[in-house]
Design a protein around this ligand. Sequence first.
Ligand code: PGA
Length: 256
Amino acid sequence: MRSRMIVANWKMHKNLAEGLHLAAELGQMLHACTPLIGQVVLLPPFVYLHAIAQLLATAEGLPIAVGAQNCHEYAAGAFTGEIAAPMLRSVGADYVLLGHSERRKYFREDSTCLAKKVTVALSHGLRPIFCCGEHEPTATASSREQFVAKQLSESLFHLSAAQMEQTIIAYEPVWAIGTGHTPMPCQIQAMHQWIRRSVAHHYGEQLAQSIPILYGGSCHANNAPQFFACPDVDGGLIGKASLEATSLVRILNALV
Ligand code: PGA
Protein backbone atom coordinates (compact mmCIF):
# COMPACT_ATOMS: atom_id res chain seq x y z
CA MET A 1 0.00 0.00 0.00
CA ARG A 2 1.20 3.54 -0.82
CA SER A 3 2.19 5.84 2.00
CA ARG A 4 -0.28 8.56 2.82
CA MET A 5 1.06 11.93 3.66
CA ILE A 6 0.21 15.46 4.77
CA VAL A 7 2.85 18.06 3.98
CA ALA A 8 2.65 21.36 5.85
CA ASN A 9 4.15 24.19 3.81
CA TRP A 10 4.60 27.04 6.29
CA LYS A 11 5.99 29.32 3.54
CA MET A 12 7.37 32.58 5.04
CA HIS A 13 5.24 32.47 8.20
CA LYS A 14 5.94 32.20 11.94
CA ASN A 15 9.00 33.09 13.97
CA LEU A 16 11.10 30.62 15.95
CA ALA A 17 8.94 30.65 19.10
CA GLU A 18 5.72 30.30 17.09
CA GLY A 19 7.17 27.52 14.97
CA LEU A 20 8.34 25.55 18.01
CA HIS A 21 4.98 26.06 19.67
CA LEU A 22 3.10 24.77 16.63
CA ALA A 23 5.37 21.72 16.27
CA ALA A 24 5.05 20.91 19.99
CA GLU A 25 1.28 21.33 19.94
CA LEU A 26 1.04 19.10 16.91
CA GLY A 27 3.19 16.45 18.60
CA GLN A 28 0.88 16.44 21.63
CA MET A 29 -2.25 16.23 19.54
CA LEU A 30 -0.87 13.38 17.44
CA HIS A 31 0.03 11.45 20.58
CA ALA A 32 -3.57 11.66 21.64
CA CYS A 33 -4.94 10.38 18.34
CA THR A 34 -2.73 7.37 17.57
CA PRO A 35 -2.99 5.01 15.73
CA LEU A 36 -2.74 7.37 12.81
CA ILE A 37 -2.86 6.80 9.11
CA GLY A 38 -0.12 8.64 7.31
CA GLN A 39 2.99 10.67 7.73
CA VAL A 40 3.16 14.39 8.54
CA VAL A 41 5.98 16.42 7.00
CA LEU A 42 6.58 19.92 8.33
CA LEU A 43 8.32 22.40 6.02
CA PRO A 44 9.42 25.28 8.25
CA PRO A 45 11.60 28.14 7.01
CA PHE A 46 15.31 27.23 6.83
CA VAL A 47 16.42 29.20 9.90
CA TYR A 48 14.63 27.06 12.44
CA LEU A 49 14.40 23.78 10.61
CA HIS A 50 17.12 22.40 12.89
CA ALA A 51 15.35 23.49 16.07
CA ILE A 52 12.08 21.92 14.90
CA ALA A 53 13.84 18.70 13.87
CA GLN A 54 15.45 18.49 17.31
CA LEU A 55 12.18 19.11 19.08
CA LEU A 56 10.47 16.39 17.05
CA ALA A 57 13.32 13.95 17.62
CA THR A 58 12.12 13.80 21.24
CA ALA A 59 8.61 12.84 20.08
CA GLU A 60 9.64 9.24 19.44
CA GLY A 61 7.26 7.01 17.54
CA LEU A 62 5.28 9.87 16.05
CA PRO A 63 5.03 9.95 12.27
CA ILE A 64 6.36 13.51 11.90
CA ALA A 65 9.32 14.39 9.71
CA VAL A 66 10.86 17.68 8.67
CA GLY A 67 11.75 19.04 5.26
CA ALA A 68 12.86 22.24 3.55
CA GLN A 69 10.92 24.49 1.20
CA ASN A 70 13.76 24.67 -1.32
CA CYS A 71 17.42 23.83 -1.91
CA HIS A 72 20.13 24.96 -4.29
CA GLU A 73 20.89 23.06 -7.49
CA TYR A 74 24.54 22.50 -6.50
CA ALA A 75 25.77 20.59 -3.48
CA ALA A 76 28.30 23.29 -2.46
CA GLY A 77 30.05 26.33 -3.86
CA ALA A 78 30.30 30.10 -4.06
CA PHE A 79 26.57 30.86 -4.01
CA THR A 80 26.14 33.54 -1.36
CA GLY A 81 22.92 33.25 0.59
CA GLU A 82 21.95 29.83 -0.73
CA ILE A 83 21.31 26.52 1.09
CA ALA A 84 22.52 23.16 -0.27
CA ALA A 85 20.94 19.71 0.03
CA PRO A 86 23.75 18.21 2.21
CA MET A 87 23.34 21.12 4.66
CA LEU A 88 19.65 20.33 4.95
CA ARG A 89 20.40 16.68 5.60
CA SER A 90 22.89 17.68 8.28
CA VAL A 91 20.23 19.57 10.24
CA GLY A 92 17.64 16.78 10.14
CA ALA A 93 15.65 17.34 6.94
CA ASP A 94 14.35 14.23 5.16
CA TYR A 95 12.35 15.97 2.44
CA VAL A 96 12.56 19.01 0.19
CA LEU A 97 9.79 20.79 -1.69
CA LEU A 98 10.79 21.57 -5.27
CA GLY A 99 9.03 23.29 -8.15
CA HIS A 100 6.45 25.13 -6.06
CA SER A 101 4.71 27.69 -8.28
CA GLU A 102 5.85 30.55 -6.02
CA ARG A 103 9.46 29.53 -6.60
CA ARG A 104 8.84 29.21 -10.33
CA LYS A 105 7.13 32.62 -10.48
CA TYR A 106 9.02 34.86 -8.05
CA PHE A 107 12.45 33.24 -8.29
CA ARG A 108 12.26 32.27 -11.97
CA GLU A 109 13.05 28.60 -11.37
CA ASP A 110 12.73 26.84 -14.71
CA SER A 111 12.49 23.17 -15.64
CA THR A 112 16.23 22.79 -16.22
CA CYS A 113 17.12 24.21 -12.82
CA LEU A 114 14.42 22.08 -11.17
CA ALA A 115 15.73 18.93 -12.85
CA LYS A 116 19.13 19.66 -11.28
CA LYS A 117 17.59 20.36 -7.88
CA VAL A 118 15.66 17.09 -7.90
CA THR A 119 18.84 15.17 -8.75
CA VAL A 120 21.01 16.91 -6.16
CA ALA A 121 18.36 16.39 -3.47
CA LEU A 122 18.13 12.65 -4.17
CA SER A 123 21.91 12.28 -4.39
CA HIS A 124 22.16 13.63 -0.84
CA GLY A 125 19.39 11.60 0.71
CA LEU A 126 16.51 14.07 0.55
CA ARG A 127 13.16 12.94 -0.85
CA PRO A 128 11.84 15.57 -3.27
CA ILE A 129 8.20 16.62 -3.17
CA PHE A 130 7.87 17.84 -6.72
CA CYS A 131 5.05 20.29 -7.53
CA CYS A 132 3.31 20.51 -10.87
CA GLY A 133 0.07 22.09 -12.04
CA GLU A 134 -1.54 24.31 -14.63
CA HIS A 135 -2.15 28.05 -14.33
CA GLU A 136 -5.69 28.52 -15.61
CA PRO A 137 -8.92 27.12 -14.18
CA THR A 138 -10.47 27.26 -17.63
CA ALA A 139 -7.86 25.05 -19.28
CA THR A 140 -9.34 21.97 -20.93
CA ALA A 141 -8.46 18.56 -19.51
CA SER A 142 -6.11 17.86 -22.41
CA SER A 143 -4.32 21.22 -22.15
CA ARG A 144 -3.93 20.69 -18.39
CA GLU A 145 -2.43 17.27 -19.06
CA GLN A 146 -0.08 18.62 -21.72
CA PHE A 147 1.12 21.33 -19.37
CA VAL A 148 1.78 18.91 -16.51
CA ALA A 149 3.33 16.36 -18.92
CA LYS A 150 5.92 18.95 -19.93
CA GLN A 151 6.74 19.78 -16.29
CA LEU A 152 7.16 16.10 -15.43
CA SER A 153 9.19 15.17 -18.48
CA GLU A 154 11.50 18.20 -18.22
CA SER A 155 12.25 17.98 -14.50
CA LEU A 156 11.49 14.46 -13.28
CA PHE A 157 11.61 11.77 -15.91
CA HIS A 158 15.41 11.87 -16.22
CA LEU A 159 15.55 10.09 -12.84
CA SER A 160 16.48 6.44 -12.50
CA ALA A 161 13.76 4.08 -11.26
CA ALA A 162 15.50 3.87 -7.87
CA GLN A 163 15.43 7.67 -7.60
CA MET A 164 11.85 7.94 -8.82
CA GLU A 165 10.78 5.51 -6.11
CA GLN A 166 11.90 8.07 -3.51
CA THR A 167 10.00 10.92 -5.13
CA ILE A 168 6.63 12.37 -4.18
CA ILE A 169 4.54 14.31 -6.68
CA ALA A 170 2.20 17.12 -5.63
CA TYR A 171 -0.46 18.26 -8.09
CA GLU A 172 -1.15 21.92 -7.32
CA PRO A 173 -3.22 23.87 -9.84
CA VAL A 174 -1.67 27.34 -9.54
CA TRP A 175 -5.09 29.02 -9.65
CA ALA A 176 -6.15 27.07 -6.55
CA ILE A 177 -3.20 28.08 -4.33
CA GLY A 178 -4.32 30.51 -1.63
CA THR A 179 -7.50 31.47 -3.50
CA GLY A 180 -10.20 29.37 -1.82
CA HIS A 181 -11.06 27.87 -5.23
CA THR A 182 -10.37 24.24 -6.04
CA PRO A 183 -11.07 21.80 -8.86
CA MET A 184 -13.90 19.33 -8.26
CA PRO A 185 -12.86 16.04 -6.64
CA CYS A 186 -13.53 14.19 -9.93
CA GLN A 187 -11.18 16.58 -11.77
CA ILE A 188 -8.49 16.07 -9.12
CA GLN A 189 -8.89 12.30 -9.36
CA ALA A 190 -8.68 12.44 -13.19
CA MET A 191 -5.44 14.42 -13.07
CA HIS A 192 -3.88 12.22 -10.39
CA GLN A 193 -4.81 9.10 -12.34
CA TRP A 194 -3.32 10.63 -15.45
CA ILE A 195 -0.08 11.56 -13.62
CA ARG A 196 0.17 8.01 -12.28
CA ARG A 197 -0.32 6.66 -15.81
CA SER A 198 2.51 8.84 -17.12
CA VAL A 199 4.78 7.59 -14.34
CA ALA A 200 3.76 4.03 -15.30
CA HIS A 201 4.52 4.76 -18.92
CA HIS A 202 8.13 5.66 -18.02
CA TYR A 203 8.81 3.43 -15.03
CA GLY A 204 6.24 0.63 -15.11
CA GLU A 205 2.97 0.04 -13.31
CA GLN A 206 4.43 -1.32 -10.08
CA LEU A 207 6.57 1.74 -9.43
CA ALA A 208 3.73 4.10 -10.42
CA GLN A 209 1.44 2.41 -7.92
CA SER A 210 3.95 3.01 -5.14
CA ILE A 211 4.44 6.77 -5.62
CA PRO A 212 2.45 9.13 -3.37
CA ILE A 213 0.63 11.80 -5.37
CA LEU A 214 -0.62 14.65 -3.18
CA TYR A 215 -3.17 17.34 -3.91
CA GLY A 216 -2.43 20.97 -3.00
CA GLY A 217 -4.26 24.28 -3.41
CA SER A 218 -6.83 25.61 -0.88
CA CYS A 219 -7.12 22.20 0.74
CA HIS A 220 -8.53 22.48 4.28
CA ALA A 221 -10.29 20.43 6.93
CA ASN A 222 -13.71 20.72 5.29
CA ASN A 223 -12.84 19.77 1.72
CA ALA A 224 -10.00 17.31 2.49
CA PRO A 225 -12.33 14.32 3.07
CA GLN A 226 -13.75 14.60 -0.46
CA PHE A 227 -10.30 14.95 -2.01
CA PHE A 228 -8.70 12.17 0.01
CA ALA A 229 -11.53 9.80 -0.84
CA CYS A 230 -10.29 9.79 -4.46
CA PRO A 231 -8.37 6.57 -5.11
CA ASP A 232 -5.31 8.26 -6.62
CA VAL A 233 -5.04 11.06 -4.04
CA ASP A 234 -2.58 10.00 -1.32
CA GLY A 235 -2.70 13.10 0.84
CA GLY A 236 -2.26 16.84 0.68
CA LEU A 237 0.23 19.67 0.40
CA ILE A 238 -1.24 22.26 2.72
CA GLY A 239 -0.35 25.94 2.99
CA LYS A 240 -2.64 28.23 5.01
CA ALA A 241 -4.54 25.46 6.79
CA SER A 242 -1.28 23.97 8.08
CA LEU A 243 -0.46 26.97 10.26
CA GLU A 244 -2.75 25.87 13.03
CA ALA A 245 -2.44 22.50 14.83
CA THR A 246 -6.17 21.72 15.16
CA SER A 247 -6.76 22.35 11.49
CA LEU A 248 -3.77 20.23 10.42
CA VAL A 249 -4.83 17.33 12.64
CA ARG A 250 -8.36 17.47 11.20
CA ILE A 251 -6.85 17.26 7.71
CA LEU A 252 -4.67 14.34 8.79
CA ASN A 253 -7.72 12.57 10.17
CA ALA A 254 -9.37 12.92 6.76
CA LEU A 255 -6.85 10.45 5.31
CA VAL A 256 -8.53 7.15 4.56
P1 PGA B 1 -2.73 26.85 0.23
O1 PGA B 1 -1.23 26.68 -0.31
O2 PGA B 1 -3.09 25.58 0.94
O3 PGA B 1 -2.66 28.04 1.15
O4 PGA B 1 -3.58 27.09 -0.97
C1 PGA B 1 -0.79 25.44 -0.81
C2 PGA B 1 0.64 25.57 -1.29
O5 PGA B 1 1.02 26.63 -1.79
O6 PGA B 1 1.42 24.62 -1.17
